[in-house]
Write a protein that binds this ligand. Structure first.
Ligand code: TYD
Length: 209
């Protein structure tokens, strides 16, 4: 059976990536594709427990502990869910993946980027995205969209989120073939139009349809 596709959605909290992911899911399903949606952290039962610590633990979480928890969640998620789904020919849409760790724990928290790249390699064990859509929006707009009910990561402050945004832009420059930059300041419809065109191109290239 032909392998499926793996597409990841990245961007700041409040960038609108989850809305776009859901629109893309409906669009692809209408076209008859077998689509699965998943997310990090915490798509699976074990990951839910990790997610709970990452987003809601009230004590101190050391930066390196945070880093390993995201990576541990990813290793389990890839092995037991993402990889099997791709091998079954599905189109897997994942809300956040390796670039989140490099942007948040690397550029945001200051962990060594090259070390994170190596650790991500161990976590994914060869399962790399075919395409990553990066939704870029100004940090101020993103923060306003998030509102007042912030989780542990969202409460990290504007300077942290600016570093994360710049980190994402840096990662995009390093990987222009895989990571496509989308201006998420535009209307939902316009952003969807852009996202859809990129996905259609990928499907033509990879699945020959
Ligand atoms: P979530 O509620 O899923 O936010 P969103 O809807 O914006 O994706 O929370 C995930 C949070 O975890 C988000 O603030 C980004 C952060 N995160 C990391 O810091 N590193 C990672 O590797 C991942 C996957 C997420």
């Amino acid at each position: 059976m032909q392998k499926g596709l793996f597409v990841t959605f990245e961007g700041a909290d409040g960038s609108g990536k989850t809305t776009q992911l859901n629109l893309i899911k409906s669009f692809l399903e209408e076209k008859g594709y077998d689509v699965v949606v998943t997310r990090e952290p915490g798509a699976l039962e074990l990951g839910q427990k990790i997610r709970n610590i990452l987003l809601h633990y009230e004590g101190t979480v050391a930066d390196r502990c945070e880093m390993f928890l995201f990576l541990a969640d990813r290793a389990q998620h890839v092995e037991t869910f993402i990889k099997p789904a791709i091998n079954e020919g599905k189109i897997v849409l994942c809300d956040r993946f390796t670039d989140s760790t490099e942007a948040y724990q690397g550029y945001g928290r200051g962990q060594d980027i090259n070390l994170l790249k190596d650790l991500n390699k161990i976590a994914v064990n060869g399962t790399e995205p075919d395409l990553t859509l990066l939704y870029d929006v100004s940090t101020e707009t993103a923060q306003n969209r998030v509102g007042n009910e912030k989780d542990r990561m969202e409460s990290a402050g504007i300077e942290f989120h600016k570093k994360v945004r710049n980190g994402y832009l840096e990662l995009q420059k390093e990987n222009p073939n895989r990571i496509k930059l989308i201006n998420a300041n535009n209307s939902i419809e316009k952003v969807f139009e852009n996202s859809k065109n990129i996905i259609i191109k990928l499907i033509q290239e990879k699945l020959g349809e």
